[in-house]
Design a protein around this ligand. Structure first.
Ligand SMILES: Cc1cc2nc3c(=O)[nH]c(=O)nc-3n(C[C@H](O)[C@H](O)[C@H](O)COP(=O)(O)OP(=O)(O)OC[C@H]3O[C@@H](n4cnc5c(N)ncnc54)[C@H](O)[C@@H]3O)c2cc1C
Length: 423
C-alpha cells in the first residue's frame, strides 16, 4: 500500500459535516476553534442551556485534536509537588486533582455520551531510558502515591514483558491513563455538542473581533456573530485573531508513523496489555498499539506538513531498534500536527478583556486536559464565582518569539545529546 497521511482519516467514525456560517447570528457565547478545548466548552455550555456558536476554520478535529497520539494521560507536565510549590497548597492541590482526574473525566464523558472512539483505559507507562530518568520516574511515582493515585513501578522482566523491549530502566505504570481514536472522539464531541443545542460551523475562520459596547462581534468571511462572551480555543494553530496571543506560545510540530496491522506474534509481543507508553526525557517518544493492531509511534517532527514515513526516518529507525521484529513490516501512514508549548510548561488561561476567555498550551498533554479545561471554561462562564482550578494569568508575549524555530532546534539537539549521554 502506498503511504498515506493521517491514519485517523481512514479509521475514524464519520463526523456530522459542519456547514459554513451563512449570515449574521446572535449567541450568548461564541467559541473559536473546533478541537477538544472548543468542543468540550461548547458541549458543556449548551448542556447548561447557553446559546453557543462554535466556529472552526476547517472541520471539527482538524487540528491537533484529530491528529494526536491518542494517549489519555493523567497529570500536568510538572510533578505534583512542583505544581503545589509553584501555585501554593490550595490552588496547586486543585490543579493536581483536576489533572490527575482528567482521564476519568474523559472516559466518563465518552461513556455518558456514547461516543464510539475505541476508548480503552488500560493505563499509561512513563518509561525511563537512563538511570537519571529512572530516579525522576521513581520520584514522580512517590509523589502520586502520596496522593493515593493508582501508580506502581515496573522494572526488569516485568517491564520487558509489558513493553516487548529491554530498553527501559524503570517505568511508572499509571492505571488512570489509556487511549482512544482522537478523531472519532473529536467528531463525537461535535455531534454531542450539536445535539445539546450548540451550532457548530466548519470552514468558517474567525477573521476579526470587535467590541460593540459590552458585546463582542466576531467577523468571518460569510457572516458575523454578536455575543456576550468569546472563548478562544485555537492552541497550536493560533493566528493573529487576538493581538499577542500567537506570540504567547511556541508551536511545535509533532509527527507520528503507523504500521500496517501487526502479525499475531508481534502484536502479542509489543505492549501486550495495550497500555500506552511515553518516554520520560527531553525528546518525548510515545507509542501504542491501536485496536486494529497497528503500532503508532510519535516524536518530534520536521517543521512542515509530512505525508510519508520517509519524512521521519528517525522515528521509524527508533521503532526498529526497540523491536527488531518490526524490520520488514510496512509503514503505511505518517502525519504531523502542531501542539502549543508554553514557557512555564503549564496550560495558560487568560481573560484579556471582559467577556473574553482564552485557554491553550497543553504542552503535548491535551487529550485529557483540553477536554477537562473545556468543562472548566464553561463553568467559569456559567458560574463566575465558583472556584476555577487553573491559574488565570496575564497574557505575555515570549521575548524574541521570532527566533523560536532556532530555539526549538537547539533544545532538540541538547535533548538528543543529553539522552545519548544518559544524563
Ligand atoms: C502529533 C501530535 C501528537 C500528540 N499526542 C498527544 C497525546 O498522545 N496525548 C495528549 O494528551 N496530547 C497529545 N497531543 C496534544 C493534543 O493533541 C493537544 O493538546 C490538543 O488536541 C489541543 O486541543 P485544542 O482544542 O486546544 O487545539 P486543536 O485541536 O489544535 O484545535 C484548534 C483549532 O482551532 C482552529 N482555528 C485556529 N484559528 C482559528 C480561527 N481564527 N477561526 C476558526 N478556527 C480556528 C484550528 O483549525 C484547529 O482545528 C499531540 C499533539 C500533536 C500535534
Amino acid at each position: 500500500m502506498t503511504a498515506m497521511t493521517n491514519l485517523y482519516d481512514q479509521t475514524a467514525e464519520p463526523g456530522v459535516p459542519a456547514p459554513p456560517l451563512d449570515g449574521d447570528a446572535r449567541a450568548d457565547v461564541v467559541v473559536v476553534g473546533g478541537g477538544f478545548t472548543g468542543l468540550s466548552t461548547a458541549l458543556h455550555l449548551a448542556e447548561n442551556g447557553a446559546r453557543v456558536i462554535l466556529l472552526e476554520a476547517f472541520q471539527p478535529g482538524w487540528g491537533a485534536s484529530g491528529r494526536n497520539g491518542g494517549q489519555v494521560n493523567a497529570g500536568l507536565k510538572h510533578d505534583p509537588d512542583v505544581v503545589e510549590r509553584d501555585f501554593g497548597e490550595d490552588l496547586g492541590r486543585r490543579m493536581n486533582t483536576l489533572a490527575g482526574g482528567a482521564p476519568d473525566f474523559v472516559f466518563g464523558l465518552i461513556k455518558r455520551l456514547g461516543i464510539r472512539c475505541d476508548a480503552r483505559q488500560n493505563g499509561t507507562l512513563r518509561a525511563a531510558i537512563s538511570d537519571a530518568h529512572a530516579a525522576h520516574v521513581r520520584e514522580s511515582a512517590e509523589q502520586w502515591r502520596r496522593r493515593h493515585a493508582p501508580v506502581e513501578l515496573l522494572q526488569d522482566g516485568a517491564l520487558e514483558r509489558a513493553t516487548g523491549t529491554g530498553r527501559y530502566r524503570q517505568a511508572m505504570f499509571d492505571r488512570r491513563g489509556g487511549d482512544l481514536n482522537p478523531l472519532s472522539y473529536a467528531r463525537g464531541l461535535a455531534r454531542a455538542a450539536g445535539l445539546a443545542g450548540a451550532s457548530v460551523y466548519g470552514g468558517t475562520r474567525a477573521v476579526g473581533i470587535e467590541a460593540i459596547g459590552s458585546q463582542w462581534r466576531v467577523a468571518t468571511r460569510t457572516g458575523t456573530i454578536t455575543a456576550d462572551r468569546i472563548v478562544l480555543a485555537t492552541n497550536g494553530y493560533t493566528d493573529g485573531l487576538w493581538p499577542g496571543l500567537r506570540r504567547s506560545i511556541v508551536p511545535l510540530f509533532g509527527a507520528i508513523a503507523a504500521t500496517a496491522p501487526l502479525s499475531e506474534a508481534l502484536s502479542r509481543a509489543i505492549m501486550p496489555e495495550r497500555s500506552v507508553l511515553y518516554e520520560s526525557g527531553a525528546i518525548t517518544v510515545y507509542y501504542r498499539v491501536d485496536s486494529s493492531q497497528r503500532l503508532l509511534i510519535g516524536g518530534r517532527g520536521p517543521m512542515r506538513e509530512i505525508d510519508s514515513p520517509a519524512a521521519i526516518p528517525h522515528i521509524v529507525d527508533y521503532a526498529q531498534r526497540l523491536w527488531p521484529g518490526l524490520r520488514g513490516v510496512e509503514w503505511t501512514h505518517a502525519w504531523g500536527g502542531r501542539l502549543a508549548m508554553t514557557r512555564d510548561q503549564y496550560p495558560h488561561v487568560h481573560e484579556p478583556a471582559p467577556g473574553v476567555l482564552v485557554c491553550l498550551g497543553y504542552n503535548g498533554r491535551g487529550v485529557a486536559m483540553a477536554t477537562t479545561m473545556g468543562a472548566q471554561l464553561a463553568n467559569r462562564i456559567l458560574r463566575p464565582t465558583s472556584p476555577f482550578d487553573m491559574p488565570i494569568s496575564t497574557m505575555k508575549e515570549i521575548a524574541l518569539h521570532a527566533l523560536w524555530p532556532l530555539a526549538v532546534r537547539a533544545a532538540i539537539v541538547r535533548g538528543r545529546i543529553s539522552d545519548r549521554l544518559g544524563l
